[in-house]
Ligand binder design. Structure first.
Ligand code: LLP
Length: 439
């Protein structure tokens, strides 16, 4: 065993007496042996406790006039929607595929909010037909289409309008969505938000419930939420004054950051929500408007630290004078986030902690592409070699849901751990699955 103290990123990770890495108290090597690698492992108890943390924070702060929606793009498969139904959560869905999966899981679609900046007519018809509770409408073209289709189906569809409040979330460009120059939403600054509100109030088949914004992802600064809440409440007051329309709901989106590496802070979700609520209650009072129902839609922070990915090391290439490459049996196909955003991750050996005798490595995948990198500058035990297990931590969000079959590599299975018991949620893809659609 080593003398170096290894710090764990979250309290569901530990080492047992032999030094082996465990998630939710379950040793990773036993899971790797049972299910093979690469393997997505989820601590289901952690997912449930995050749902409860959000729900009680919203209830304590905003009372019953609040909602928590899980942004299911972060991890979307049947078992997740079953958990969300059992935990009494709402969900955010963005495609027919997510709606279909939620339905198969028995999730009550009346509690689903349908996002996306470009819903096709087929999407709209399907979602209305399935009884999706709310549409979050991005633009006026979409609004006309929903009005037409709902009217034809003899329905009145509840909607929120997605607005861009013009707030910079100070995060990476690919997830920055609150600025005026964005493919998402109608901007308050340009007057388009007011126009679309008036339009929504005038159309048949549409029941305008309120407004939505989502400013970005991996946000640690709570001031960003206070700023966007202020802009949204100003807009509610303006619409009340100018159009005589009083919104009954505001959705502030998701975006809370999580801890991928030790340098990242831990957000106190309850504290942040309490301070947002305090501000909103006082500010609504100042504006002389009743505080609407407040919704939030976290994705990453519900599932991220519930997940780890276990890999088996393959080729280890040491290039004298340069560095070492540790290849694993997965890569950008199961986790494209370093390749796409340069996202930091913590990767650890499974058998025992890294001691003082380590080498700095790039951990790379097996795709035919140099950019297929999981992480660079990773400390690995000197002499690490083929057959050893390593784990990438905090992979519960935007890994399985963003996985691909590039190079026709099959996707790993998803295994859930609850109370120390493992169960398969998504089986491993096989070469047959990968070629199943070829005619
Ligand atoms: N609501 C809306 C409208 C969103 O667009 C998103 C994320 C969320 C909620 C949830 O945000 P979260 O709490 O997960 O930050 N693939 C990227 C993340 C894209 C986020 C897209 N929208 C990544 O891997 O970092």
């Amino acid at each position: 065993m080593t003398t170096v103290q290894e710090k764990m990123l979250s309290d569901n990770l530990s080492r047992d007496s032999s030094g082996e890495l465990c998630l939710g108290g379950v040793g990773l090597s036993r899971m790797a042996e049972k299910y093979g690698t690469p393997l997505y492992l989820y601590d289901e108890d952690r997912i449930r406790s995050r749902c409860r943390e959000y729900k009680s924070a919203m209830l304590d702060s905003f009372g019953v006039r609040s909602r928590v929606l899980y942004a299911s793009k972060a991890a979307s498969f049947k078992r997740i929607y079953e958990i969300m139904a059992e935990e009494g959560m709402g969900i955010d869905v963005v495609s027919m595929g997510e709606i279909y999966t939620a339905k198969k899981a028995g999730f009550p679609l009346s509690e689903a909010y349908f996002h996306s900046n470009n819903k096709t007519d087929a999407d709209i018809e399907y979602a209305i037909g399935e009884g999706v509770g709310y549409f979050v409408v991005d633009n006026s073209e979409e609004l006309y289409a929903i009005s037409d289709i709902a009217t034809r189906l003899g329905k009145r569809q509840k909607i929120l309008l997605r607005l861009t409040p013009g707030i910079d979330p100070h995060t990476y460009a690919q997830v920055n969505t609150g600025m005026v120059d964005s493919k998402f939403g109608s901007a308050i600054e340009t007057g388009q938000a007011k126009e679309i509100t008036a339009l929504a109030l005038s159309l048949d088949g549409i029941e305008l419930m309120g407004f939505h914004c989502h400013i970005g992802s991996m946000v640690f600064d709570e001031g960003v939420y206070i700023d966007s809440a202020r802009v949204m409440l100003d807009f509610v007051a303006e619409m009340s004054r100018e159009l005589g329309y009083l919104a009954s709901e505001i959705d502030l989106g998701g975006g809370f950051g999580v801890r991928y590496i030790e340098e990242h802070p831990t957000l106190d979700i309850g504290g942040v929500i309490a301070r947002i609520s305090e501000f909103m209650t006082e500010y609504a009072d100042e504006l002389g408007i009743p505080l609407p129902i407040v919704a939030m839609e976290p994705g990453r922070s519900i599932v991220a630290d519930a997940g780890v990915t276990v890999y088996t090391v393959g080729t280890v290439k040491r290039i004298p004078g340069y560095k070492s490459y540790v290849s694993v049996d997965g890569g950008m196909t199961d986790n494209p986030r370093y390749a796409l955003y340069g996202s930091p991750y913590t990767i650890l050996p499974v058998a025992s902690p890294v001691g003082e005798d380590f080498e700095l490595c790039s951990v790379v995948g097996r795709c035919c592409e140099s950019g297929d990198i999981l992480q660079e500058g990773v400390r690995m035990p000197r002499g690490i070699r083929r057959g050893e297990l390593i784990a990438c931590l905090v992979t519960g969000a935007y890994n399985y849901s963003m996985a691909s079959n590039y190079n026709r590599i099959p996707r790993p299975p998803v295994v859930m751990l609850s109370g120390g018991v493992d169960s398969l949620a998504v089986r491993r893809e096989m070469p047959d699955d990968v070629s199943a659609l070829d005619v």
